[in-house]
Design a protein around this ligand. Structure first.
Ligand code: PLP
Length: 285
């Protein structure tokens, strides 16, 4: 916690000193939205898109922002400037506010609380690229449809991640109530099969990840060496893939080499995946 520099409603605190009210609705009910991004060369990555997605998530849960996009951007920049670290992970949390009493009624809440966490970003562990990571499948209980908001309620994702760790895997691919794979617990999911790159459609209950979006943008600009197709994918499609990987802003592209103890392809990071990572980093840098 001591590594964190945290901005709470415009005031910057060292991690251990950062405090928020127990009546905050994010704490009481997970009544908040959030974004995670990072810096490259001290510049926040796709920050306008992240703030736009924060506002879209807020709209989806009828959370009326009392901060403007410009105010949030300015607080993010202020926090980066205050940090001594060269490159950072950044989490922006916007809660519906502090309640004046216990109760769900949104009228009980005051102005939003805006919390911006920053911490030095560590390079991905080298073994992710030499060995790849292992995944399990986790069956979601709650039916969802459409692209997901990024809210403070990550209960199913937490349980999926916990189940994965209990089985000594890195993480879980979540399966929706219709039997289709959606995404990792904090990442988007991809497979390569017979020279085509596939990812599940947002309509299956997937977060519109900005790394995912970047790969679509790269495909549109003909930067990818293979076609990219959105398709409903089953656990069998994942198990029988030639290559598999996950994406997120803070981790870029991470090869998956094992699912439910079964090797994907020859069980080492795929050649196309590693090449995608190389051109992705070139593109975003
Ligand atoms: N899906 C979920 C559920 C996530 O929490 C995240 C990131 O935290 C992602 C996908 C990847 O999104 P992005 O590429 O914007 O980091």
């Amino acid at each position: 916690m001591k590594d964190f520099l945290i901005n709470i409603n415009g005031q910057i605190h060292n991690g251990p000193e950062a405090r928020i009210s127990v009546f905050d609705r994010g704490f009481l009910y997970g009544d908040s939205v959030y974004e995670s991004t990072r810096t490259f060369n001290r510049k926040p990555f796709r920050i306008h898109q992240h703030i736009d997605r924060l506002f879209l998530s807020a709209e989806k849960i009828s959370l009326l922002p009392t901060y403007s996009k410009e105010q949030i951007l300015s607080e993010v920049l202020k926090t980066i400037k205050a940090s001594p670290c060269s490159d950072l992970t950044i989490r922006i949390v916007l809660t519906r506010g502090t309640n004046t009493d216990l109760g769900l009624d949104t009228d009980l809440s005051g102005d939003n609380n805006l919390i911006i966490f920053t911490k030095e970003i560590k390079p991905n562990p080298a073994w992710w690229l030499t060995d790849g990571v292992s995944m399990i499948f986790y069956q979601k209980k709650i039916e969802v449809s459409g692209s997901l908001p990024k809210t403070g309620n990550y209960q199913e994702n937490i349980l999926g991640n916990r189940e994965a760790h209990q089985q000594k895997a890195y993480d879980a691919f979540m399966i929706n109530t219709f039997g289709f794979v959606t995404e990792g617990t904090t990442s988007n999911a991809w497979i390569i099969k017979d020279g085509t790159l596939y990812t599940p459609p947002l309509s299956d209950g997937v977060l519109d990840g900005l790394t995912r979006k970047t790969l679509f943008e790269m495909a549109k600009r003909q930067k990818l060496s293979l076609p990219l197709v959105e398709k409903r994918l089953t656990p069998e499609d994942f198990k029988n893939a030639d290559e598999c990987f996950i994406t997120s802003t803070t981790r870029n592209i991470v090869p998956v080499t094992k699912i439910e103890e079964r090797n994907i392809g020859p069980g080492i990071p795929g050649r196309i995946t590693l090449e995608l990572l190389r051109i992705y980093l070139e593109f975003v840098n």
